[in-house]
Design a protein. Structure first.
Length: 218
């Protein structure tokens, strides 16, 4: 588990964590859009394409891995540690309903493991089980997280960041002007889908997110 200040520094690439949604950019334009985000400075990308069959997810992951490797970025696969390993990805992102983090760590010790959390209890549990980082959501109102109820808000985000020692990424309704207030609550970084993929200029939008962290994330 990566929790000490020095180890957190090794996770600088997580400051802006981009989650894929190829339906937003169009399937034929997806790889182009991914490269634009990487050109803009994104160094952590999660493939979250729940509609894909295993073989199609693996094929897509391998294509994206070629791009992330070119830009020295980290690739995460949603929920599927087996696909992550086969694709040569750097990590896996689990849901609270997924296999337990400790089991993934035992079977795939080289993978970085993130966990989606939606409560203070869930955040503490993820840390106990050995997660390397968590996303906490939804911070703001957002259609993609409507199934998780009302927004958590900044106050609960602060409670979570103070309760756990691992990096917490604020997710749900994130926009450029909201980054600073999330960081003020102790968030290590931010995670998003729509505010980058829906942009007309993905490279520029990605770069503006990176500027919140000094303009360079490694």
């Amino acid at each position: 588990m990566l929790t000490s200040p020095m180890e957190k520094q090794a996770l600088e690439f997580l400051r802006v964590y981009l989650i894929s949604d190829r339906m937003r950019v169009g399937k034929s334009q997806f790889l182009t859009a991914v490269e634009e985000a990487l050109q803009g400075g994104i160094r952590a990308l999660q493939i979250r394409e729940k509609d894909l069959a295993s073989k199609d997810l693996l094929a897509l992951a391998r294509e994206v891995k070629t791009l992330t490797q070119r830009y020295n970025a980290k690739l995460f696969i949603n929920d599927r540690a087996d696909i992550a390993v086969m694709a040569g990805a750097d990590g896996v992102h689990l849901t609270e309903a997924s296999v337990q983090t400790c089991e993934v760590k035992n079977n795939f010790p080289d993978l970085i493991v993130g966990v989606s959390t939606h409560s203070l209890e869930g955040a503490r549990l993820a840390e106990t089980q050995g997660a390397d980082f968590i996303t906490f959501s939804p911070i703001y109102d957002t259609p993609s997280k409507a199934g998780y109820g009302s927004p958590q808000g900044l106050s609960l985000l602060r409670q979570v960041t103070q309760a756990v020692h691992l990096p917490v990424l604020a997710l749900g309704g994130i926009t450029l002007h909201r980054v600073s207030e999330c960081l003020q609550q102790g968030a290590f970084g931010v995670a998003m889908i729509s505010d980058i993929w829906d942009s007309t200029y993905i490279k520029q939008q990605s770069s503006e997110y990176i500027q919140n962290f000094g303009g360079d994330i490694e």
